[in-house]
Design a binder for this molecule. Structure first.
Ligand SMILES: NC(=O)c1ccc[n+]([C@@H]2O[C@H](COP(=O)([O-])OP(=O)(O)OC[C@H]3O[C@@H](n4cnc5c(N)ncnc54)[C@H](OP(=O)(O)O)[C@@H]3O)[C@@H](O)[C@H]2O)c1
Length: 294
């Protein structure tokens, strides 16, 4: 993989993954996707986070194949994550959905494939069959690893009960758990399980989601810390995550923000300021909450 100045983390299967990736939820259409990916590659991002449900895999694939030569990059210089949609959980459907994502992206392999959600859209959250279906999906994903179609597999939106259950039957341990994570939502129990089992914890919605005037970006405590370090609030939020060994995938459609968001590796928050931010936790999900999924 061609080096970028941005740090990478070694996953539990030895694969290197950039600690910062570019989030693409709600970014659609070839023109917008091309503009943001161009800005992201220019800034040094080498990882892209997408999902079947984001309906942008086709645009990302088409734009990447045009943009990579501009930056003298090859496929294996880029780390691409996609996710299994809740409607595609279970035997046969998972494999088929994976192949469709691969083909929409125009790729021969994915770097990381995640179960997007522990439930299935065909079932009520309390339905016990959710558990069976996600287990079937996991075994299919393990076989995709064996076939060399994906380098690493993981999960998303998993609560402690979902992760403990998976650790009980998996033959391949998940490499990554991607969960909502910001100062208003620190899911300590599942994070500790990840750290204890060498599963990389990756934050989504680090900036509090795309909601206008979201309470994370406008938190006065973080705003004050940002003034002190002469950084943006977004940079403080992202730095706080990486200083806790958590990966980040900020999303933006503003080229200045895209560039600023990866300038978080050349300063340190003091232990005191990290503690101040930790104390803001109020267990509040601004995105999705799968705690009731059986
Ligand atoms: N696994 C899952 O279930 C799941 C769920 C949600 C998200 N995700 C992934 O995580 C990624 C990030 O989460 P997210 O999309 O919810 O949003 P996010 O990264 O928390 O926040 C995006 C918002 O922050 C703003 N922003 C970005 N940089 C900024 C800066 N430097 N200063 C001020 N505002 C800034 C953006 O506006 P501008 O465009 O104006 O910069 C946008 O409104 C997603 O795109 C997706 O890839 C995964």
């Amino acid at each position: 993989m061609m080096s970028s100045r941005l740090p990478r983390v070694k996953l539990n299967n030895g694969i290197l993954m950039p600690l910062i990736g570019f989030g693409t939820y709600k970014i659609q259409g070839n023109d917008t996707v091309s503009m943001v990916l161009d800005a992201a590659l220019a800034a040094g991002y080498r990882a892209i986070d997408t999902a079947s449900v984001y309906k942008n895999e086709e645009s990302i694939g088409a734009c990447l194949s045009k943009l990579l030569p501009k930056y003298n990059l090859k496929r294996d210089d880029i780390f691409i994550t996609s996710k299994l949609a809740p409607r595609d959980q279970g035997n046969g459907k998972c494999r088929e959905a994976f192949q469709q994502s691969l083909s929409r992206l125009g790729l021969e392999y994915l770097d990381l494939y995640l179960i997007h959600w522990p439930g299935s859209s065909d079932m009520k959250p309390q339905d016990k069959r959710n558990r069976e279906l996600r287990q079937q999906s996991w075994y299919e994903m393990e076989s995709l690893i064996g076939e060399g179609k994906v380098k690493a597999i993981g999960i998303s939106n998993y609560h402690p009960q979902h992760l403990k259950e998976l650790l009980g039957y998996c033959k391949i341990r998940p490499a990554v758990l991607q969960n909502e994570h910001h100062p208003h939502l620190i899911q300590k129990e599942v994070m500790d399980l990840c750290f204890a089992n060498n599963i990389h914890y990756q934050a989504y919605s680090s900036l509090g989601t795309s909601a206008k005037d979201n309470p994370v970006l406008s938190d006065p405590v973080i705003q004050k810390i940002a003034e002190k370090y002469e950084k943006s609030v977004a940079q403080i939020l992202l730095r706080w995550a990486v200083q806790h060994d958590v990966g980040i995938i900020p999303k933006s459609t503003n080229p200045e923000h895209i560039a600023d968001n990866c300038k978080v590796f050349d300063f340190q928050l003091s232990a005191e300021d990290l503690d101040k931010i930790d104390l803001l936790n109020k267990q509040h999900h601004y995105c999705w909450n799968a705690s009731e999924v059986f």
